[in-house]
Design a protein around this ligand. Structure first.
Ligand SMILES: C[S@@+](CC[C@H](N)C(=O)[O-])C[C@H]1O[C@@H](n2cnc3c(N)ncnc32)[C@H](O)[C@@H]1O
Length: 273
């Protein structure tokens, strides 16, 4: 087991105070398919009440609405533009502006608390997961997934490989495959157990995204969305052009349509009692 501490401040959360449109064109494309897989993995069934923590513009919350109905779904995120987008997209869902570490819900208010691609951005991962467990009833489920940043999240792996080619020092310092606390197989299970959850089960999920061409993939990055976008935006023009070329070469794509796959690690556990 890794010896890294469970609570690590992760720079990068502020890169999601971004437009929902830029996020949609960036990793948001994978959201609906990933959400369906996470909901199945967690065993969310009609009749349950569920919370989406770190909802972003609402990909997971939208899939929960399909399964449970809007009145049975709540969502929380600290990013004001994402909260606005989620409220607009999902009428009838209770969407609050709040971080995982202090959720404004009563103990045991939900049958399931889920989060998609969020745990690595928490100020304190363990207290965030404990808070998800607090608002879930005894016997209810807490489930999550994070990208396999160091392996089979194709888009981000190719991006950070290109970033390290163009600026080895800053690229390595920002590479999410190196800096994310929970991105290796099994690490989430360690966090779930440390947060007091039982019957912990670990797995992997795969989602796909379609692109019209390389420009379609590249266009959200210079806006600064997500840690990769922030790195891209911080470069001088020449370096950004070199990053673009290296990224495209690593992906092996061009002016025609293509599809990429992305793997996420998933975890589910039960609230004891
Ligand atoms: C990669 S996005 C995932 C968004 C959404 N769950 C999805 O699947 O599209 C990460 C999200 O975590 C949110 N976030 C950052 N810090 C957070 C915190 N302390 N508590 C809860 N969410 C947080 C960001 O605002 C952002 O919406």
């Amino acid at each position: 087991m890794p010896s890294r501490p469970l609570a690590v401040a992760m720079p990068g959360a502020e890169t999601f105070r971004a437009s929902a449109d830029a996020y949609d064109r960036f990793v948001g494309r994978y959201g609906p398919e990933l959400a369906r897989a996470l909901i199945d993995f967690a065993g969310v069934e009609p009749g349950m009440r569920a919370l989406d923590v770190g909802c972003g513009p609402g990909a997971l919350a939208a899939m929960l609405v399909e399964r449970l109905g809007a009145a049975s779904v709540s969502a929380a995120d600290p990013s004001a533009p994402f909260v606005d987008a989620c409220r607009t997209r999902l009428p009838g869902v209770d969407v609050v502006e709040a971080g995982a570490e202090a959720l404004p819900f009563a103990d045991g208010a939900f049958d399931a608390a889920l989060s998609q691609l969020v745990v690595n951005f928490l100020r304190d991962g363990e207290s965030g997961v404990r808070e998800m467990a607090r608002v879930t009833r005894p016997g209810g489920v807490v489930a999550s997934c994070v990208w396999d940043y160091g392996g089979e999240m194709t888009l981000l792996r190719a991006f950070w490989g290109a970033a390290r080619e163009v600026d080895p020092g800053r690229g390595a310092a920002a590479d999410e495959g190196l800096v994310m606390r929970w991105c290796a197989e099994g690490e989430l299970a360690e966090l779930w157990r440390a947060a007091g959850l039982g019957s912990v089960r670990f797995g992997s999920l795969v989602a796909r995204a379609k692109y019209a061409n390389f420009e379609d993939l590249w266009s959200p990055l210079p806006t600064g969305v997500g840690p990769a976008g922030a790195f891209c935006k911080s470069l001088e023009e020449d370096d950004r052009a070199a990053l673009r070329d290296a990224f495209r070469r690593r992906l092996g794509v061009g002016d025609g349509p293509f599809e990429l796959t992305a793997r996420a690690w998933s975890v589910v556990g039960r609230v004891p009692g």
